[in-house]
Design a protein around this ligand. Structure first.
Ligand SMILES: Cc1cc2nc3c(=O)[nH]c(=O)nc-3n(C[C@H](O)[C@H](O)[C@H](O)COP(=O)(O)O)c2cc1C
Length: 337
């Protein structure tokens, strides 16, 4: 209830500013003490996925903490894992602002952030500084200025640098806000990408005597034929998990009468909910438990979380639902799912 009250104020603030303010506010020592005082321990519902043991099904989706600046505070909210990033080899500023828009009446978000991040080295520094000992996923991408032909190299650089600090690595080839990035999901480019990242994983595993699973994050805007092809390749290359899905560019999911709905970018939150669940459903039928699915897209309640699991997800993640329902939704989902 309290969150719905302060949400009225939060929604008066420009979305990107509000995002930073809230995370910084939660970070203050004073607030952390209050959080610690009120939080009841959560039941542990251990889940094995990608060879890792998770305390519960729910994690953060990429984009919430791109640079790993808020790991300690986010970990206290109840999530069993935190996916940081997307990070790129070199820091970049992303697209011009404004680039984040709320669709308040339909619980949606449109973003065209464009991988704004401080670079992979900075992320590692922040991970080293944090006290969190739980599961950290590191989501990696390519720099805007790297051509799509050279994109694989950016992913390999990021794998090499993050390997020792990640519990798993998520390869993001599905953001709609980096030109041509989604082309990596198709044809020979996809084959080449999988082959090279698998080779790099084997090389790093030998070097550090540690196996770090790799997940591929896909778009919700794929056809069934494309999902079938991707699934077969994931099995062929022994990829450890698939994250479904990123944001959608299917603007038919939102009516376009209001100003923010005319913005370009990826749509997340409630408008994406059904579409991402359908993708999980299709993936699950093809993968037949050979590769676990991490379900994400529009989770905003216990029911919507359960729907993702029923569709075939082993783990779930959320981002936009937090903006509309506040941190209390995390504990509700963890208790009931
Ligand atoms: C503001 C914003 C930034 C995002 N940044 C990233 C990102 O950097 N990398 C990524 O893989 N996904 C990113 N996403 C997509 C989310 O991780 C998630 O896949 C998507 O929003 C669907 O989940 P949701 O409906 O719970 O938000 C971003 C989403 C939002 C709203």
């Amino acid at each position: 209830m309290f969150y719905y009250f302060i949400r009225k104020i939060i929604f008066l603030i420009e979305p990107e500013v509000a995002h930073k303010l809230i995370l910084k506010y939660l970070y203050s020592q004073h607030i952390q003490k209050i959080i610690n005082f009120f939080l009841q321990p959560l039941p542990k519902k251990k889940i094995k996925c990608m060879g890792l043991i998770f305390d519960n099904v729910l994690g953060t989706a990429a984009g919430l903490d791109k640079n790993g600046e808020y790991i300690d505070v986010i970990s206290k909210l109840g999530f069993s894992f935190i996916e940081l990033g997307t990070v790129t080899p070199i820091a970049q500023i992303g697209n011009p602002k404004p680039r984040l828009f709320r669709l308040i009446h339909m619980e949606g978000i449109i973003n065209r952030m464009g991988f704004n991040n401080l670079g992979v080295d900075n992320l590692i520094k922040n991970i080293k500084k944090s006290d969190f000992k739980g599961i950290i996923g590191i989501n990696i991408g390519k720099n805007k200025d790297t051509s799509i032909q050279n994109a694989i190299n950016d992913y390999l650089i990021c794998i090499e640098k993050t390997y020792c600090y990640a519990s798993y690595i998520a390869v993001n080839i599905s953001s709609p806000n980096t030109t041509n990035l989604r082309n990596l999901q198709y044809g020979t480019m996809f084959d080449q990408l999988l082959m090279h990242i698998k080779k790099k994983q084997t090389e790093m595993c030998r070097k550090y005597s540690k196996y770090v699973p790799i997940a591929i994050k896909i778009s919700p805007d794929l056809s069934t034929t494309e999902i079938i092809h991707i699934s077969k390749k994931l099995i062929e290359y022994k990829i450890d998990a698939v994250i479904a899905t990123n944001t959608t560019i299917d603007y038919s999911l939102i009516d376009n009468k209001k100003n923010n709905q005319k913005q370009n970018g990826g749509i997340s939150g409630l408008p994406l909910q059904k579409k991402s669940t359908e993708i999980i459903h299709i993936l699950s039928k093809i993968l037949k438990n050979k590769i676990p699915i991490i379900g994400v897209g529009g989770i905003n309640s216990v029911d919507s979380a359960q729907e993702k699991i029923q569709a075939g997800a082993t783990l779930i993640q959320m981002y936009s639902g937090l903006i509309f329902h506040g941190p209390a939704i995390i504990r509700k989902i963890i208790r009931k799912v």
